[in-house]
Ligand binder design. Structure first.
Ligand code: F6R
Length: 614
């Protein structure tokens, strides 16, 4: 979490930093700050709340800020210390000559704070970051070289960090380094950038250098250089970024979330391109290196992920077990990393992550890799830390997702799992060929079906209006759509703050049914297939307790009209593929409810898109 931007060059430093931070707001938005180096001094400006508050604050200082020749900026998602002006970054050393912005957590900050206090440093904030400012300042006092001071200081740090540092005496120099948190260099013409992520720089340059853990980069207006932790020069490859600035615009939609929901048909088309030519062809996954021999020797598959990606993983388990006959476990990364897992060279470990940065999943992947497992990563960011750990990669090609609530990246993860499961089944010859043929045929026509749903949004808007006053919401489903219920509920709670829960419908009578009365909406994901009749019975049970019944269905069954108060219909689709269609109305329902309630849809409270701390 937290976003960093650094800039040295001839353009307006304040504008570059603020625009860059705006593009990183998805990483955190509880306070923001910049430090600006003018020819004769170093100024720090901070504000609590969203970036617009810092923009307002800076408007009162334009005479000073326009003189800036370089600067660093930060957008915060608080971990240590409340989101106050004092705790907002940048942080300074005692003399105020050195400033630092930080993303990550310094785990040994308490010990360092004691040591530094004993040496005379005075701490003003509750943050872990302030120790970094003092520590680098101490090393600088000896070396008088900012790069060297950073190199020496980080040897004392434990935890995760991306740092960007500036010193009043070094008027044309920015220094950055990282460990288990992202930081890249944007290489421009007579200007250079540091950023936590591509969106902050893409308007200015498409050339980037990705830093590896432990590397230290020094930027001037005209040059960049990188050394390793021992001080040896490292030659870095300049990569051309595939992003287009237009991806960062709302394109006329009120919110990024709505735009991203509407992009889903094209996202599916993009993923299928090059991977599935016709239903008769085998699936092609060029970056998956699993051989027939390898699959034969597998004992099990473990899929690890968090949040929405975890729900995609659960559907992945259903598919792989159904089509490949291999046992699959799915686990939240945060649980996986703190127990003894049975993982070895006969285990395939699949990490799923939109951002490719999530700290818990990254740690889990590294642990599994150390045990000799083949690592397969499904991610929307082939340039991410997780992708770099991969033995096999499935890039999900959803394009950049700005809204904090994941939508198109989820659909993309689902489609990736379908392709992967079919791909493995084709290698293993473990599934009926007519089933595979029909899955591939229907996958290819899913984009049109989603377009049909998107062109009839009024019904969902109507439903949202009716139920937007509720305090609680229950989603029920069975079989392959149980994770759809979890994901629908997660979407609603994260952007509307309504207490929404997904249940496997068969579990209702084992406890949750006690909550049902005439105030409780129960949304039943009633897709035709092997559990349809069972779910219908579970819905009857809920109806008998007077719950406000809503159906999401592809069935024309007349009985539904008596059982449900509201019916959301989706086009017909085979059971195994139904999660891809069923989630779309649920995303829209969450969106419209949040919109009716006037919530900040794209940046819900307390959340950040990229969770780079454990
Ligand atoms: C919810 C959401 C989160 C993420 C989770 C994992 O809309 O986006 O639950 O899915 O934080 O993030 P990634 O997929 O980047 O590892």
């Amino acid at each position: 979490m937290c976003g960093i931007v650094g800039y040295v060059g001839n353009q307006s430093v304040v504008d570059i930093l603020l625009d860059g931070l705006e593009q990183l707001e998805y990483r955190g938005y509880d306070s923001a700050g910049v430090a600006l180096q003018t020819p004769d001094k170093l100024d720090v400006y901070k504000a609590v709340g969203k970036l617009c508050n810092l923009r307002e604050e800076l408007k009162h200082h334009t005479d000073e800020t326009r003189k800036a020749i370089m600067g660093i900026g930060h957008i915060r998602w608080a971990t240590h210390g409340a989101p106050t002006v004092l705790n907002a970054h940048p942080h300074t050393c005692n003399c105020g000559n050195l400033v630092v912005v930080h993303n990550g957590i310094v785990e040994n900050y308490k010990e360092l704070r004691e040591l530094l206090t004993a040496k005379g440093c005075v701490f003003k904030t509750q943050t872990d970051t302030e120790v970094v400012a003092h520590l680098i300042a101490q090393k600088y006092a000896l070396s008088k070289d900012l790069t060297e001071a950073v190199r020496l200081a980080v040897k004392d740090l434990k935890g995760a960090y991306a740092l960007c540092v500036m010193h009043k005496e070094e008027k044309n120099k920015l220094v950055g380094t990282k460990l288990n948190a992202p930081l890249l260099i944007g290489v421009g013409e007579k200007e250079n950038f540091f950023a936590s992520d591509v969106p902050a720089i893409i308007k200015h340059t498409k050339k980037a250098v990705y830093l590896e853990d432990g590397e230290i980069a020094t930027l001037t207006k005209d040059t960049y250089s990188v050394i390793d932790s021992d001080g040896n020069v490292v030659e870095k490859k300049v990569e051309m970024l595939p992003w287009e600035p237009v991806a960062l615009s709302k394109m006329g939609y009120k919110h990024f979330m709505l735009k991203e929901i509407h992009e889903q048909p094209d996202v599916i088309r993009n993923i299928l391109t090059g991977k599935l030519h016709t239903p008769q062809d085998n699936v092609i996954l060029n970056e998956v290196k699993l051989t027939r021999e390898h699959l034969k020797n597998l004992n099990r598959i473990q899929i690890i992920a968090c949040g929405t990606s975890l729900h995609a993983a659960m559907i992945g388990k259903y598919l792989i077990e159904t089509l490949c006959g291999i046992a699959v476990d799915v686990e939240a990364s945060s649980e996986y990393i703190y127990r003894r897992t049975v993982t070895d060279e006969h285990t395939l470990v699949i990490g799923v992550s939109q951002s490719g940065e999530t700290a818990d999943t990254l740690t889990a992947i590294k642990q599994a890799k150390a045990k000799g497992s083949h690592i397969l990563i499904i991610t929307n960011r082939p340039d991410s830390a997780m992708a770099r750990e991969a033995d096999s990669l499935v890039p999900v090609n959803a394009g950049i997702e700005v809204s904090v609530a994941a939508t198109k990246s989820y659909i993309a993860q689902l489609v990736s799992f379908y392709l992967l499961a079919i791909y493995m089944a084709e290698i293993k010859e473990s599934a009926n060929e007519y089933l595979l043929l029909s899955l591939k045929t229907d996958l290819m026509i899913l984009p049109q079906k989603i377009e049909q749903i998107l062109s009839h949004k009024e019904e969902i808007q109507k439903c949202a209006k009716i139920y937007s006053g509720t305090k609680d919401f229950i989603y029920i489903a069975r079989g392959i759509n149980y994770p759809t219920a979890l994901e629908g509920a997660l979407k609603l709670k994260e952007i509307s703050y309504i207490n929404a829960t997904g249940y496997p419908a068969g579990e209702l009578k084992h406890g949750p049914i006690a909550m049902l009365d005439e105030t409780m909406p129960v949304l039943s994901i009633l897709m035709k297939g092997c559990v349809y009749e069972k779910l219908l019975s579970n819905s009857e049970e809920a109806k008998a307790r007077n719950a406000r019944m809503i159906a999401l269905t592809n069935s024309e069954d007349e009985k539904l009209n008596d059982l449900f108060d509201f019916i959301i219909r989706v086009p017909d689709v085979q059971d195994l593929l139904s999660p891809i269609l069923a989630i779309v109305p649920l995303q829209l329902l969450a969106y419209y409810i949040a919109e009716f309630l006037g919530k900040d849809v794209d940046q819900p409270r307390n959340l950040a898109k990229s969770v780079t701390v454990e």
